[in-house]
Design a protein around this ligand. Sequence first.
Ligand SMILES: Cc1cc2nc3c(=O)[nH]c(=O)nc-3n(C[C@H](O)[C@H](O)[C@H](O)COP(=O)(O)OP(=O)(O)OC[C@H]3O[C@@H](n4cnc5c(N)ncnc54)[C@H](O)[C@@H]3O)c2cc1C
Length: 475
Amino acid sequence: MLEYAVVGSGIGGSAMAALLGAKGRDVALIEKEPYLGGCSSTFTHRNRRYNTGATTFAGFEEGRKVKQLFDAAGVTPALHVSDPALVVVQKGCLIKRYRDLDAFLDQLEQLHPHPKNRAFWTLIAQINRDFYAMQGYGYSGRSLVSKICSSSSYLPLAWRFSSYITISARAFMERFFGDMSPEYLDFMEAQILIVAQATSDETHFLTAALALGYTFGANHYSIGGMGSLFDTLTCKVPHLHRDTRIEKIKRRYDRFELYAGEERFEAANVVLNTTVYDSAFLFEDESIRRYYERLSKRGNTQSAFMLYATLRSDIALHHHYQIITEQTIPMTRSKALFVSFSDREDRLMSEQGYYSMTASIHTDVLWWQTLDASSYRSFKALLQQHLSELICATLGLEREWFVDLFSATPTTFEHYIGRSQLGGLPMTMRNHLWHIPSNDTPFKGLYHVGDTTYAAQGWPGVSEGALNLMRLLDV
Ligand SMILES: Cc1cc2nc3c(=O)[nH]c(=O)nc-3n(C[C@H](O)[C@H](O)[C@H](O)COP(=O)(O)OP(=O)(O)OC[C@H]3O[C@@H](n4cnc5c(N)ncnc54)[C@H](O)[C@@H]3O)c2cc1C
């Protein structure tokens, strides 16, 4: 019998399998797809490689959870520094988000001059430094007692940032700047949305400050695509099962039985990396099923429309662009398109002179699910065309340079990753600590990691959740 069975190899699952393996535990990582990484993986299409969803790798630096995770797993990923971490394109202007504050402010002043810019962005950088320097807190939601006890570990953090967690980001910025042009607000909203998955009036200023300030920390490009991070992270995991979909989990007195077609695994503990919204169906046990059904009510309909391409270009392209338009793009929920290119030296991602491109924009799951088959196909083609034209017009690319172009909707994600809701937990004012599903559950031996549980999405959020769970397991 295994000590641990980890179901799903997203950031959370791969992290847990790597951390438990490094502690000498007998752990199996079980993934239904042939490739690892879920929303942060790299897949092959017509012999070319593409990043599935995530493209940026933030937080790999001393003192930060992502670095702690790789160090504890005893592995080092192959990376290039990415600086500027992001190039924002708005009203025909490029604003390069350099790590250096002065260099960034020079860029910002060209499009959004404001006498309070320096004070505001200095505050953002300071909040980021202070927040990530704080350690020693962690969350357990297993019982009322554990909730109360673990919440007290956040008191120093709450004390330091009290004036930023009681006010919405929008209210804070309006008070700080006095007057703010609608375009400057769009600039802020676009960057808050990609990290917090919420708008500035939904989220408090602390979360917004961390979202706006991620470019002041270390950002890296993963050589070979984001999927390479998982090959590195899981290289010492004792048992790795790809192409193995867990269909049912039965709870016995002292163990769990996991069924995947003809295969059966037995484990004393199970760590799920599926979303908490889509986990109830896995269990026959009524109480576990009800637990996940209750959590599924906290889900939302946020998702992504994706555009993938391989293109030949002599123009040197940055790793990441955010194109901000004046109106919300039809069929989406956003004015901003995030466009990432492979590094021109990365021969694993594309041949010399070619780039692999992944672009994403927020959209609503329900909008796509209510379409009939023929409308679905035509709207998908229409949005693909609209976005590719927008990218070409904004970045000076020619349509003929694309040798491959295709797209994905929330339905595609449902098919491959087993989830149509994407982007994880939105960090809103309503989503306070007690409202966030925890990494431990009320059931002995059953745990959960990933972006729909503590501490929310992306490499930084999900890594923190995995480290939090390791602390709770005390192995
Ligand atoms: C479009 C997009 C862009 C993003 N950009 C960034 C970014 O630039 N930087 C960043 O840090 N984050 C980004 N994110 C967020 C980040 O990708 C996610 O928060 C993170 O990857 C989620 O990890 P997870 O651990 O929740 O697992 P998931 O990615 O949800 O993976 C779950 C895994 O479980 C597997 N699985 C599901 N059911 C079963 C089953 N029954 N049996 C076996 N296996 C199963 C799936 O196949 C999948 O591999 C982005 C997300 C999206 C959608």
